[in-house]
Design a protein. Structure first.
Length: 90
């Protein structure tokens, strides 16, 4: 997450166009991010039970790859769209 910080302005002239220092990492929320990441990986155990209960088990790995690729493209599209929409602020 990029954070806008006016207090740590690196421009000595005082005229920075309203943009201060932008930090790429905010360590204050690191544990929160790690908790969300671990929670999101909790569903990995569900894949094994889905595969064992699938009617056509040999095609399950292909279906899983297609679904994961679709989700990845979906998230990449919206991430890119957000980046392009806020081009000057990123």
């Amino acid at each position: 997450e990029l954070v806008h910080d006016d207090d740590n302005n690196t421009n000595d002239s005082g005229d920075d166009g309203g943009v201060g220092t932008i930090h790429a990492v905010q360590w204050k929320g690191f544990l929160h991010v790690m908790g969300i990441t671990l929670y999101s990986m909790e569903g990995v155990g569900l894949i094994l039970s889905l595969q064992s209960s699938a009617k056509d088990q040999p095609t399950f790995p292909y279906l899983l790859q297609v679904v994961l690729a679709g989700i990845t493209l979906f998230m990449a599209f919206f991430g890119t769209a957000g980046y392009l929409a806020l081009w000057d602020a990123t």
